[in-house]
Design a binder for this molecule. Structure first.
Ligand code: NAI
Length: 452
């Protein structure tokens, strides 16, 4: 008998387990694959490992701009892939050690919820039954794979790849078609473009990077178009077969033959086969319905992370897991979804929080919009010979507080948390003006903007 059974050991599950264990709850995590989930094993961390190698390679190729000269920089893709495996191994074992220290038990098997009894929730895994007074579901998400003609066979043949297989390629493809110009598509486009593949991005919408501010997504697209990535926007993929992707644009069908096709058109909550129907958990479009406390409709059943279909980001998952544990422990806690930062780790990086110009207008906010060049920063100029980065700040004129920030440029990923705090705490322009920022840094531009 456990106080808490957590199904899924990704960012939501393992962080929740760590908190629960330290708080004295007898906790069991059931994970069918490796601890760390998609983020650690086939998402955030492996992609960042690849992208860092690509960035060093890019720096090497352009080192002459900074007076550093050497000939013929090369990249060893198989070394990069092996290093990625080493990084994952180290971090996954770190998660295991963390849970052990918190006194959490881990079972490696597929969990199925059997029933609710007077004692609690009965979960089967590896032929055994486990009973928990409370149940936290953190089963994450799978890649969305719609019934596109030929896709199922192309996945089998190895022509079509998801985020998982693309990280295991042994050689650099000559050419790759990326279906979907969202976060995964753009990060992988960045990697393959850096290492020398011909990259096509086929996107259904008329812009890349989904909800990112239009002005910034156009800038990102221009950067990569200049580097040779071919963007095909407003195009619907009709088939992925015979080593080719066919799309329809303006009523015309076009086929691109390539070594591989990466399908990155979103993710779907992983709820099938879990036995949720056995205890009556309500789903909406396949995702578990939760409130801001992480509660489902069934008392004692909680859900956190991608499985609730809300934010699909590892950092949201961490917080959602914590919120569930705090509420289980009787400490009322809720998550604020308004100020969750997000980052695209392209080069230049893009990071944003809060409103964009478009969402502010949709909401009818009366806003001041500033797009300020990062060249106001001495450090940025010193380190970015051809950089065109900007920070875009949206200020609500009524209260003179910052409601949204989007950055494109070096260090955007590291700067955005400061902006997130401004949005979360509804900081006014006058408050930011009084803060002292370190010099020389790129983030100084945010302060500078407060005086413009
Ligand atoms: P996404 O939702 O970011 O982008 C999918 C794109 O595919 C959209 O732009 C959509 O318009 C397009 N699309 C959909 N169907 C299409 C079709 N048939 N043909 C052409 N285009 C089509 O999803 P993505 O990139 O697969 O990422 C999945 C999730 O993983 C996201 O929710 C993201 O937040 C998360 N993620 C986060 C990262 C980060 O925080 N840096 C990195 C990678 C993934």
């Amino acid at each position: 008998m456990y106080d808490l059974i957590i199904i899924g050991g990704g960012p939501a599950g393992y962080n929740a387990a760590d908190h629960a264990g330290h708080a004295g709850l007898k906790t069991l995590v059931i994970e069918e694959r490796a601890l760390g989930g998609v983020c650690l094993n086939e998402g955030c961390i492996p992609t960042k490992t690849l992208l860092y190698s690509a960035k060093i390679y890019d720096y090497a190729k352009h080192s002459q701009d900074y007076g550093v000269k050497f000939e013929n920089a090369t990249i060893d893709h198989s070394f990069v892939i092996d290093r990625k495996a080493k990084v994952i191994k180290q971090l996954v074992s770190g998660v295991g050690a963390k849970l052990k220290k918190a006194g959490v038990e881990v079972v490696k098997a597929q969990a199925v919820i059997k029933e609710r009894t007077a004692d609690g929730f009965v979960v089967t895994a590896d032929g055994k039954e486990y009973v928990g007074k409370q149940l936290l579901i953190c089963t994450g998400s799978n890649p969305a794979l719609p019934p596109i003609d030929g896709l199922a066979d192309s996945l089998k043949s190895g022509y079509a790849l998801t985020n998982r297989e693309v990280l295991e390629l042994k050689e650099i493809p000559k050419d790759i078609v990326i279906v979907g110009g969202g976060v995964i598509g753009l990060e992988m486009a960045s990697y393959f473009n850096s290492v020398g593949s011909k990259v096509y991005v086929v996107e259904m919408l008329n812009k890349i990077a989904g909800p990112i501010d239009n002005e910034i997504s156009t800038m990102l697209q221009k950067e990569y178009a200049q580097k040779g990535v071919e963007f095909i926007l407003g195009a619907k993929v009709t088939s992925i077969k015979n080593n080719a992707v066919t799309y329809e644009k303006d009523g015309k069908l076009t086929e691109i033959k390539s070594d591989y096709a990466l399908v990155s058109i979103g993710r779907r909550a992983r709820t099938q086969g879990l036995g949720l129907e056995n205890i009556g958990v309500i789903l909406e479009r396949g995702a578990i319905v939760t409130n801001e406390y992480g509660k489902t409709n069934v008392p004692g059943v909680w859900a956190a992370g991608d499985v609730n279909g809300k934010s699909m980001l590892a950092h949201t998952a961490y917080r959602e897991g914590e919120v569930c544990i705090n509420n289980i422990l009787g400490k009322k806690d809720r998550i604020n979804y308004n100020s969750i930062p997000s980052v695209i780790y392209t080069n230049p990086e893009v990071a944003c929080v809060g409103e964009t110009e478009e969402t502010a207008k949709q909401k009818g906010l009366d806003v001041k919009i500033q797009t300020v060049t990062l060249k106001y920063s001495g450090r940025y100029v010193a380190e970015n010979e051809h950089g065109n980065g900007v920070v875009k700040i949206i200020t609500d004129k009524k209260h003179n507080n910052i409601v949204g920030v989007t950055i494109i440029g070096t260090y955007a990923s590291e700067m955005i948390y400061g902006a997130a705090m401004m949005v979360e705490t509804e900081m006014r322009v006058a408050d930011v003006q009084k803060l002292v920022f370190p010099h020389p840094t790129v983030c100084e531009v945010i302060r500078e903007a407060m005086f413009l």
